[in-house]
Design a protein around this ligand. Structure first.
Ligand code: MG
Length: 157
């Protein structure tokens, strides 16, 4: 068994939607990023890489590389899941939390879970996505950005 943790933050900027867990959510702002800014997928990628002792997402997909400009973060996730399987591990379960004041995420959580389960090659029952606010405190509370945390357990095959 291996365990990994991931954390990511992106700031709000101009735009009309955010990408979260591979799902497009209409919003009055976007997230500033080199890729599509999918903060939840980035946290999951770091949790997976952490579990197999492979550094972090910035090491594998540097934001100085033009190939990843505007990239679909699901590409990163699928490649990292492939790496996990190459190491003879599979995801046992994954738990995540997205922290933001807006948009409200409850209506999207089931879709996010389905998308993530597909890319992680597991059943949706092995994936959990929670949403919370920062109760108005700090940079998240001021609506300046979105944070996400992920923890994953891998089982050797
Ligand atoms: Mg990121």
């Amino acid at each position: 068994m291996r365990i990994g943790h991931g954390y990511d933050v992106h700031a709000f900027g101009s735009g009309d939607h955010i990408m979260l867990g591979g799902v497009r959510i209409e919003h009055d702002r976007g997230l500033v990023a080199h890729s599509d800014g999918d903060v939840l997928i980035h946290a999951i990628c770091d949790a997976l890489l952490g579990a197999i002792g492979e550094g972090d997402i910035g090491h594998h997909f540097p934001d100085t590389d033009q190939r990843w400009q505007g990239a679909d973060s699901r590409t990163f996730l699928r490649e990292i899941v492939e790496l996990v399987h190459e190491r003879d591990y599979a995801v046992a379960n994954i738990d995540t939390t997205v922290i933001t004041e807006s948009p409200k995420l409850a209506p999207f959580l089931d879709d996010i879970r389905t998308v993530l389960a597909g890319d992680l090659r597991v059943a949706s029952g092995q994936v959990n996505v929670k949403a919370t606010t920062s109760e108005g405190l700090g940079f998240i509370g001021r609506g300046e950005g979105v944070a996400a945390q992920a923890i994953v357990l891998l089982l050797g095959q």
